[in-house]
Write a protein of this length. Sequence first.
Length: 419
Amino acid sequence: MRLLGSWPARVGVGFVRACVVTVVTMLVPAVWAAAVALGIWWGAGNPWSWVAPVVLVCGSTLVLSRPVCRMVRFLVARWTATVIPAGYRQAGPVTRMSTGYWWNGFSYERTRRDALLDQKWRVRWSDPANWRDLRFTVIAPLTAGLVASLPPTGVAVAILGLGRPGPAARVVGALGLVVAVAGAPYAWRCVEPVAVRFLRPSPAMALADRVDELTAQRADATVAQAAEIRRIERDLHDGAQARLVGLGLSLATAEKLLETDPDQARTLMREARAGATASLTELRELVQGINPPVLNDRGLIDAVRALALDSPLEAAVSADLRLSLDPSIESALYFAIAELLTNSVKHAGATRARISITQDDTGIVIDVEDDGRGGAVLRADGGLAGLCRRLAVFDGTLEITSPEGGPTRVRMMVPCESL
């Protein structure tokens, strides 16, 4: 009974999906047909009867190819969980030069708006993905579009045939209904292999994207390293170094006063001891951001548990005790968890958090969930985007689920093997 009950649902869902695939893949050919019909309607004597259809066909194909391909990727990901990377070239930053002009990677423009507009069209027309989209726009109607159109075509034939008198028309209508019902659960599925075959980026495009990604990561690492060095130099110069110089002067003065004024010498030595304690405290604060000793000595899990104890949140940690990772990966994951807990307190107003550290066949998986207000989004210039870039160095990924009102769940996955 369960199978019989599920069949009508499969037919209904499949029929709707087949109709959607038909509309999306046949959109551009429908515009072509409309352009040809317009030329025929104008007649052979009108000079626009052949110019306008050509212009309309070319223009509509160029304008609609990318939206059609985006929609196909979305439908495939939504229905089959198969994610097809877009592989489009991304525009680089637009920089204002000392001369006042704006450099967009291709040319200098007087205003930022002109630079962005010129960059947009240059990137668009030089992108090899445009040819891939145009190819798919032509191939999809002849493959996935034709197969997906069988159920709606069968329904149309059934309505026309069963509504006419005569046994022949009714037989044709019945056959159309059988084709629609039998093919509805399966007709839409051919869009997935066609999209995967013709919409995925070529190896050369994937390699170029990977090179761009690694270049950006290298730039981020260089900037972060330079900023950290400047921070250490500034703090050493303004804080600990000044205190140590003062400590040396106090000890030198105390040494001179030791025989002539012992009381004053003891006072200076007490001040020097207090200064040494303050210098030690400043040095400890200075190295914040460098790996804590517990991470170096006992590994990621114990370091995260210590972090949870120091956090103002009521944090619970569950972990695979057998986990042992490369130190560089442990450091990246530790500071990622630390930043997520800080965001939970600072931005989400959370009171509880749960941290899960596990390992599967593909690598390490870390889930950080809090009971905050939610609404966290991934912005290009935000801290979460920085986390994504740091994890991407190890081919890691970061997924965020944060509806308004909470809870917020962040999943970090890094492909690696336990040592």
